[in-house]
Design a protein around this ligand. Structure first.
Ligand SMILES: NC(=O)c1ccc[n+]([C@@H]2O[C@H](COP(=O)([O-])OP(=O)(O)OC[C@H]3O[C@@H](n4cnc5c(N)ncnc54)[C@H](O)[C@@H]3O)[C@@H](O)[C@H]2O)c1
Length: 375
């Protein structure tokens, strides 16, 4: 049985969270079977309107100390405002900066960079316990290895499930998964996919090629954007896991079928930061195939999206999968929901298989593989 609400705490009140928080309000009054722009109206008895934000952590002086409903519109956030009126929500608390903020981002103009607040970090574990959070949502900047590990441990200590939306490997790392299993908690990760984003487009095109008997000679996915995430990724040393994670989506389709990836035939990653684009991300695909008799086939495609809203459309479901799994006593990394909503899950799946696993959970059915994960 679904209990009343899903209590969410968030790390990083950036663009992705801005879109998600606006979305909670935008969809609050929808009661129909279908909600335009949302994949599933109901997941295990939970609607999007059942999600409640109970705590928020950030380190930027323009956000810390402000109610969430105000902080989501503070610089350097630039996500589209599609729901101006939002509830105040909890006050943003000072998190632990660790490696969340690079020198480069502190040197950027105010409009595009981070400015670290002087306050002392709060006791994150205590806040999570006091707020009775069910789920901790990680939206830290790419490259935040130490900070992600710190907050993941806080989730374990406070007995809170973890949704890791960034390319630091936690749900796909067996040692970290074991810590969550030992604590009796489920988690989803790593590095969210967008609703109709570059990853899922690359995946289904790769699947299509293999299903129709073609060989993939080359698959390139170049991404440009003008939001804070793209600016942060200008620091090459922070980028390694992001590139790996994006390429994992394409590589997985070869791995599932035992088809080797030809050398130098794969590129997927952020290419540059163009501030005028703001939250508009543009992806350019060039896929070269060989068909019948070795005939060349080329797919050139351009995808243009609002990056942060596109990600919120997936996270609004992932939160509900985690809550349902928690109620059913499932522990460890959720295979189906991670493969459906993330780029680097513990186990890659084909599109249809990941979808079927999610739909089973949404109906509170435990498939044979999930039954093994019940504590
Ligand atoms: N479609 C998408 O936008 C998409 C898709 C996949 C993954 N992601 C990932 O999601 C993450 C969030 O993206 P975003 O666009 O919201 O980024 P963002 O840069 O807009 O927001 C990050 C926030 O984290 C805060 N922060 C930095 N260090 C912190 C710390 N130690 N503790 C607490 N807060 C801290 C920053 O002040 C900022 O508010 C990024 O890692 C991004 O790569 C985004």
């Amino acid at each position: 049985m679904a209990t009343k609400s899903i209590r969410v705490a968030v790390i990083g009140v950036g663009n992705c969270f801005s879109s998600l928080y606006q979305g909670f309000e935008y969809y609050r009054k929808h009661s129909g079977e279908n909600i335009p722009g949302v994949m599933y109206a109901d997941i295990g008895g939970y609607r999007t309107s059942d999600i409640e934000v109970v705590a928020a952590f950030d380190v930027d002086m323009r956000k810390v100390g402000k109610p969430v409903g105000e902080a989501i519109f503070a610089k350097p956030n630039c996500a589209r405002t599609f729901q101006k009126k939002v509830p105040d929500g909890p006050v943003v608390l000072m998190g632990n900066p660790l490696d969340g903020v690079s020198e480069y981002m502190q040197e950027q103009p105010e409009e595009f960079g981070f400015r670290v607040a002087k306050q002392k970090p709060v006791d994150v574990v205590q806040v999570l316990k006091d707020s009775k959070a069910d789920i901790l949502l990680n939206y830290l900047p790419v490259g935040s290895q130490e900070a992600t590990e710190f907050y993941a441990q806080c989730a374990i200590d406070a007995k809170v499930a973890f949704l890791n939306c960034i390319p630091v490997f936690i749900a796909s790392n067996t040692a970290w998964e074991q810590k969550f299993i030992d604590a009796g908690l489920p988690l989803i990760g790593d590095d969210m996919r967008s609703q109709i984003g570059a990853s899922v487009v690359s995946q289904v095109l790769q699947e299509l090629a293999f299903d129709r008997g073609a060989t993939v000679e080359f698959h390139q996915q170049l991404n440009i954007g003008g939001n804070t995430d793209f600016n942060n990724m200008m620091v090459q040393s922070r980028l390694e896991s992001k590139k790996k994670s994006k390429e994992n989506v394409i590589r997985a389709q070869n791995d599932i079928r035992g088809i080797p990836v030809p050398k130098h035939s794969l590129f997927a990653g952020p290419s540059t930061f163009l501030p005028y684009l703001q939250d508009n991300k543009v992806a350019y695909f060039n896929i070269r195939l060989k068909g019948f008799g070795g005939a060349p086939i080329t797919i050139d495609l351009k995808l243009s999206v609002q990056d942060s809203e596109n990600s919120a459309g997936v996270v609004i479901d992932a939160i509900r999968y985690l809550k349902v799994a928690r109620e059913l006593g499932v522990v460890g990394s959720l295979r189906g929901p991670s493969a459906w909503t993330q780029k680097t899950p513990p186990e890659q799946m084909m599109y249809a298989d990941a979808k079927a696993e999610c739909e089973a959970l949404a109906h509170r059915k435990l498939t044979a593989s999930v039954q093994k994960q019940v504590k």
